[in-house]
Design a binder for this molecule. Structure first.
Ligand code: NAI
Ligand code: OAA
Length: 409
């Protein structure tokens, strides 16, 4: 199995963590609110033109700035000089949805993207027309309906899948299984047929089941590469970083908390004992913060009162994961993200942990995060396993049952 070739970073705990700390700039969001550049793990964005590299990119930044301050003839110079810093093709499936639209915008701002392909079963033409007017380097194309899906996917380096229905108040993520399993099946089969070598980022819930579904389907098609299939759990890390920084009055840009397990309720396990910078929590704080991070999705679902679930923060988190993947594909050797992936870190076949990304996908698992857990975390880890195992098995069973039904008809 390909995963056996993936290194596990445990013996090098000290060096790995030291490296994670010292490389926070390459890991993270460079957010420039004034004239200085500061690092936050995640996307790189900028609000002025003083920086040499940003999520917007130098060219994009300059062109945005130019459109405000320069003379018309200077604007043309900026436009004609717009070139992506790399030429990756990213496809978003479910691009007209609540997540898909802001995610498309954030990806359109990436200097690493030359082509942005937007696919949906409805309303994607207008989204693409709208986005295509942004004077950033990538070319935007729209694709609607099953007959255009193959062309959307051909040549894609990264495929992001936020297609599917979101929760309403009172629902669990697992309540979405019946609809979203079928949607993910159709889309992953098309990925297998048209761009089997792409990084696949699955956002559609329940992630704890949709990743095993995708893995089984890719196996059936003979193209499964466990190093390139990712359940997007970045939003859990984003939330953990935000809530902990607020609670402990830390500089947001410094905070990084690994979140392991899965992506639903108690399967979301933030490792507060591994918070960087080192910070101490009372038992009450650990419990309060852990429960808030685990229920953050529900917090948004209830606040939206029937109008859906997290979309903007999810788009932000997904764009961070896309940007990290593109940097890894582009040869950056210092890219670490948490993701729900095939794993041997525990007895479960899939597990979210921090992984090192490289040009061929997952290069290593940061197993050091699972060493020296607090008593609270160790108990929570054991407690989440039965639920996560059941969700994984449900996904696998769905694919086998569907295949058996197809074979008998
Ligand atoms: N992994 C995570 O952390 C998170 C996951 N989610 C999940 O993301 C999914 C999408 O959420 P939203 O964007 O808010 O939903 P939405 O309903 O606003 O958008 C979904 C989009 O998918 C499209 N779609 C449906 N079937 C399709 C198909 N077969 N092919 C292509 N497109 C299709 C719809 O037309 C729609 O535009 C949900 O399942 C939600 O639970 C949401 C937030 C966080
Ligand atoms: O809660 C939901 O249904 C959407 C989601 O996964 C999240 O916001 O973490």
């Amino acid at each position: 199995m390909a995963s056996t070739a993936i290194t596990t970073l445990s013996g090098g705990l000290v060096s790995v963590q030291a490296s994670l700390q010292s490389r926070s700039k390459t890991l993270g969001l460079n957010l420039s609110c004034s004239k200085s550049v500061s690092a936050i793990r995640g996307l790189k964005v900028a609000s002025n033109v003083q920086i040499d590299s940003s999520f917007l990119g130098k060219a994009s930044n300059s062109s945005l700035w130019a459109s405000v301050v320069s003379k018309p003839e200077e604007k043309q110079v900026f436009s004609s000089q717009l070139q992506p810093q790399a030429s990756f093709k990213v496809a978003v499936l479910g691009a007209a949805g609540g997540i898909g639209q802001p995610l498309g915008l954030l990806i359109k701002m990436s200097p690493l993207v030359s082509a942005l392909h937007l696919y949906d079963i409805a309303n994607v033409k207008g989204v693409a027309a709208d986005l295509s007017h942004c004077n950033t380097p990538s070319q935007v194309l729209d694709f609607t309906g099953p007959s255009e899906l193959a062309n959307c996917l051909k040549g894609a380096d990264v495929v992001v899948i936020p297609a599917g229905v979101p929760r309403k108040p009172g629902m669990t993520r697992d309540d979405l299984f019946n609809i979203n399993a079928g949607i993910v099946k159709t889309l992953v089969e098309a990925v297998a047929d048209n761009c089997p070598d792409a990084f696949i980022h699955i956002i559609s819930n329940p992630v704890n089941s949709t990743i095993p579904i995708a893995a089984e389907l890719l196996k059936q098609k003979g193209v499964y590469n466990p190093k390139k299939l990712f359940g997007v759990t970045t939003l859990d890390v984003v939330r953990a970083n935000t809530f902990i920084a607020q609670k402990k009055e830390l500089k947001l840009i410094d905070v990084d908390v690994p979140v392991i397990g899965g992506h639903a309720g108690i399967t979301i396990l933030p490792l507060l004992s591994k918070t960087r910078p080192m910070v101490t929590f009372s038992n009450e704080e650990v419990k309060e913060l852990t429960v808030r991070i685990q229920n953050a999705g529900t917090e948004v679902v209830e606040a939206k009162a029937g109008a859906g679930s997290a979309t903007l923060s999810m788009a932000y988190a997904a764009a961070r994961f896309v940007e990290s993947s593109l940097r890894a594909l582009d040869g950056d050797r210092d890219v670490y993200e948490c993701s729900f992936v095939q794993s041997e870190l525990t007895e479960l076949p899939f597990f979210a942990s921090r992984v090192k990304l490289g040009q061929k996908g997952i290069e290593a698992f940061v197993s050091a995060d699972l060493e020296g857990l607090s008593e609270y975390e160790s108990k929570a880890l054991e407690a989440l396993k039965p639920e996560l195992k059941a969700s994984i098995e449900k996904g696998v069973a769905f694919v086998h049952k569907t295949a058996a039904t197809a074979a008998s008809t």
